[in-house]
Design a protein around this ligand. Structure first.
Ligand code: ATP
Length: 461
């Protein structure tokens, strides 16, 4: 975390809702001077909203943004010492490259010789020196984005905000521009705050990555730490390929998963504690001779991916693992596998069952999530406040949404080696977590039902 003197932007308890929807939920973040920091997360997680608040285009509902120690809530965007580069370049079509870059300086009555020097320097910085007289409409997407960047840096901002600036470019151009942006950041020495949903781009470019989901910060760290030590299954799944599995911490340094126990390096989880285990595909060592291996499996598929082969292996206890190796192994062959203790990442489970607050409507009817469910007569009375627990594998999803007690949409799918763990969001925005062997797609609208005997209800005191 940034030390106080080196901090240029400090964000404290920032919250923002649009209507009922909470888009940013208690965001706290320190951004260091000269840092390349990336806000990374899936579409809709709130990263652009956060960037727009730093820029001053949006006001927070609560919380503050400090710049160099001063609250900038009341400072309008054009007086903040920062500039934004958007995904759509928004260049002035009737002005040439030079005039586009000089526009802001001219409006601010900067003397002509200084404008000329600064525009030429900015053009050089974005490798567009020979393009100053060109009509901007004649430029490629990548060149237009360079002009947009030049137009921002010519103002000498302390902070450059970049909102998915490469999203509209083709893959090759994007890769080239990534390298150039990194060099530009180095040469300028200013702070870059970058927004992307592309995890590879975030890992390549950044000093620090802020992983967001659902309006919350999930993890802040250097790319290598985010990759090697994800704090939860969301981060592990979002950053790179992973095997994410249910496990049990037997005791310090021993964890059980995929039906075997493994030595690991983790401590402090307690004994016989349910945990999530993450193993990267490249960290499972595979050998043709299965005899002395820790566990065995059968190769189900093997695809060449350019540098390595990607294989799916069904283990001896029926779990499916993804592996990467420089060697190919025959489909249907039996192989042996090892995992080094330091390559097993153990994470606290975020939850072990669904838990809701509810109210008894009668001794055999309970209300929670805004719906009425039949329940077993449990001696509780109308009006009792209760906690309702439902195991993940006891929630039933139905094709026909009208057949359920509630309707939901499948928002997030995590494969856990032998089943799927789904996040289903109800019409009111509540979340129900479901373990299932059925295959659902993101965005599927489903009915949700729970058998009477699967509601575990206790009185809330
Ligand atoms: P994307 O990569 O798709 O832009 P994002 O992570 O940047 O996603 P935001 O643009 O910050 O997400 O939006 C977060 C949520 O807030 C989304 O559900 C979006 O629909 C909603 N939202 C954003 N701006 C507004 C607005 N002005 N009015 C209502 N809802 C909004």
């Amino acid at each position: 975390m940034a030390n106080q003197n080196n901090t240029i932007i400090k964000i404290e308890h920032l919250c923002k809702s649009f209507g009922d929807k909470v888009v940013l939920d208690d965001i706290n973040l320190d951004i260091r001077k000269g840092e390349f920091i990336t806000l990374l997360g899936p579409s809709g997680c709130g990263k652009t909203t956060l960037l727009r608040m730093i820029a001053g285009f949006l006001r927070p509902d609560s919380g503050v943004i400090l710049m160099d120690g001063n609250d900038i809530s009341d400072v309008p965007p054009h007086l903040r010492p920062l500039n934004t580069v958007f995904q759509r370049y928004a260049l002035f079509p009737h002005l040439n490259v030079y005039e586009n870059i000089a526009f802001g300086l001219k409006s601010n009555k900067v003397p002509s010789p200084e404008i000329d020097a600064r525009v030429r320097k900015a053009l050089k910085m974005v490798s567009m020196t020979d393009y100053e007289d060109r009509d901007v409409n004649s430029l490629s997407g990548g060149q237009q984005q360079r002009v947009a960047i030049a137009r921002a840096i010519v103002n000498r901002p302390k902070v450059l905000l970049l909102d998915e600036p490469l999203a509209a470019l083709d893959l090759k151009m994007r890769k080239d521009m990534q390298m150039e942006l990194k060099e530009m950041h180095h040469d300028l020495g200013i702070t870059f705050i970058y927004v992307t949903h592309d995890q590879e781009e975030a890992l390549t470019l950044s000093d620090t990555v802020v992983v967001m989901s659902d309006g919350k910060i999930q993890q802040i760290g250097a790319p290598i730490d985010i990759y090697n030590e994800p704090v939860n299954s969301f981060v592990a799944d979002f950053i790179g390929e992973s095997n994410i599995l249910n496990g049990t911490m037997i005791h310090d340094r021993e964890v059980e998963f995929i039906g075997h126990s493994f030595e690991c390096v983790d401590e402090g989880f307690g004994e016989h504690t349910p945990v999530d285990v993450v193993v990267r595909p490249e960290d499972i060592y595979i050998i043709a001779n299965a005899e002395n291996a820790k566990f065995t499996g059968k190769v189900k598929s093997c695809i060449f991916k350019g540098v390595h082969y990607e294989m799916f292996v069904e283990t001896d206890k029926g779990y499916e693992l993804m592996l990467q190796d420089y060697n190919a192994f025959d489909v249907d062959s039996t192989v042996g596998m090892f995992i080094k203790p330091s390559d097993i990442h153990v994470m606290q489970k975020e939850r072990i069952c669904n838990t809701f607050e509810g109210k008894m409507l009668s001794s055999s009817k309970v209300e929670f999530l805004g719906a009425e469910f039949d329940c077993a007569d449990n001696g509780l009375h109308e009006g009792d406040d209760v906690t309702v627990r439902i195991a993940f594998n006891k929630v039933e999803l139905l094709d026909n949404k009208e057949d359920g007690v509630l309707i939901g949409s499948v928002e997030f799918i995590l494969y856990k080696g032998n089943h799927y763990h789904l996040t289903v969001v109800t019409e009111d925005g509540d979340k129900i977590y479901v373990d299932t062997n059925d295959i659902w797609d993101k965005g599927d609208i489903v009915g949700i039902s729970v058998a009477v005997s699967d509601l575990r209800i206790t009185k809330r005191v």
